[in-house]
Write a protein that binds this ligand. Sequence first.
Ligand code: KIV
Length: 268
Amino acid sequence: MPVPARTTVRDLARCKSEGRRFAMLTAYDFPTARLLDEAGIPVLLVGDSLAQVVLGYDTTLPVTMDEMLHHCRAVARGARNALLIGDMPFGSYQVSVEDGIRNATRFLKEGGMHGVKIEGPHLELTQALTELGVPVMAHLGLTPQSVHALGGYRVQARSEEDAHLLLAHALELEKAGAFSLVLEAVPAAVATTVTRSLAIPTIGIGAGAGCDAQVLVVHDLLGMGASHEAGPKFVKRYANLGETIVEAATAYRRDVEAGTYPDEAHSY
Ligand code: KIV
């Protein structure tokens, strides 16, 4: 059977120009990356949501470069076909452009990633990385690393003024070289306008159906715990693995307590 080729940023640009939507998911470990690759998901993001859904923190802020890279390497070992994007954690790119370049290049050199995602309109860094050959996925709207400044996980760009500012930042990021743009928690009409104004693909999460692509946190989609507080409205749960795991572990515990596991079939 022919092995599908690795997705590239050029493939995603072609999706946009041909009007083909694509799906992106987060992944944080080897087995999940392998399964999502098998499912044909063309883009995997090692999101800093790692902090919440895997490491148990309340926000994305505490996760470190070393923790991100540890999980990136596992994902890179599991996914053969997907384009792999590493999410730059809080504090890894805000100090200076030099610091941002040093940390972004670590995602490619040590993490096995093909590009990085950066929250907010960091134009100088986006341009510098693009010139160095590091593909940059931008991220506007609700940027969870600014949760304290935003006053919580709220829908952004609701006013006309904020929507204009979002569009201006999106256009600047495209000009600076970003190859795609995540739009998180913005009104569908605003995301549609931004999508129509850009030549690069927009990837929506809580941004309606007008985006060129969609992304979800894989734990939200699989029903394994919410990434934001009670679980955002935009999440569609495609499975309930949390319940399945509790049922399986309970059945195992009961078998062990009753002495029915291991039985002869499971013994040497
Ligand atoms: O960290 C993350 O998972 C993200 C996605 C929600 C876009 O930034």
